[in-house]
Design a protein around this ligand. Sequence first.
Ligand code: FAD
Ligand code: MG
Length: 321
Amino acid sequence: MPQEDHVYSYSAVLMGSPILLKLFQHNEHLAHQVFRLIKHYENLLTVNRSPSEVMNINHAAGLHPVVVNPAVYQLIKCAKAASLLPNSAFNLAIGPLVKCWKIGFQGSSVPPAGEISARLALTSPHQVILDDEQHSVFLAQAGMELDLGAIAKGYIADRVRDFLHSQQVFQGLINLGGNVQTLGGASQVSGTPWSVGLKKPFAGPDELIGVIEVEGKSVVTSGTYERWFEFAGKRYHHILDPRTGYPLDNELHSVTIVSQDSIDGDIWTTLMYGMGVEQGCACLANKPGIEAIFVTKDRRVVLSSQQLFTFTLQDSSYQLV
Ligand code: FAD
Ligand code: MG
């Protein structure tokens, strides 16, 4: 008979998010090393306090390039490339808008239209000037600000996976507040997948639409229900449309991406948000490594394809398409 598995869970709060690590060994030292690694990247990438490498770049906007650590440089380069895809809803230079809406932070409000258009003018990704030799980043206009909130957790989840691999740990799970990266399966018996819940929008934390099962894959969800505020009867959520400066308004409540690397999941949730279900599915038809689960406001769950995961619907008020 196979030996029963023991899963050990370790938790922390980092990057303003609940962090959960699951291991098949009781190893507080390893868990501590993982949390220290996440903290290390938070300290480099945060835009919520100074100093950080990204804040140094933002403070030097319109003044001079800033040489950054090679890992930070590569992440910014990747974020810029995603921002320059045709009709991309992802924009690494969205910082001035994020800072004026303050969604998910104290003091959020609907900014005056004039302020939104003034800040939109400071968000061109073309104005993020990169120098591959120096590893420097220059924001060409004063007032520009990078915000890596839509990509950094994915990047960090992958670094945690790589670190665990370097420690000869090939099974486990890291959840960075909705950004899940799994290593191997959920049991020492092979062929047992991890179960990741697909949350029901605007419901209790344990209410699920269904369950996604994966092995050794990343599962990233972005939803309108995570960070939002209500004003004059209208909800405003934190995923902004870089073309208008207002929260993206379409048929979606959430997008989940299943992929190998979590950085791709993080980028593609935002890209899919911008495209919506129809265009999104058409786009992913040519991308076998990226699969999406769309949850629409009219209670449909749409799967772009299903090679990397299995999905079981649990809430019969939703329709699986
Ligand atoms: P995603 O959909 O992946 O990203 C949405 C976030 O990306 C927005 O919150 C905004 O920051 C930005 N964004 C909005 N629209 C766009 C767009 N069109 N293109 C690109 N980016 C966009 N939260 C706290 O409450 N306190 C903290 O101290 C704190 N520190 C953090 C430090 C780091 C290093 C990181 C990575 C995050 C931190 N956060 C903190 C959370 C952060 O503010 C975001 O809420 C979070 O990263 C959103 O992730 P998500 O997966 O929910 O959403
Ligand atoms: Mg994202």
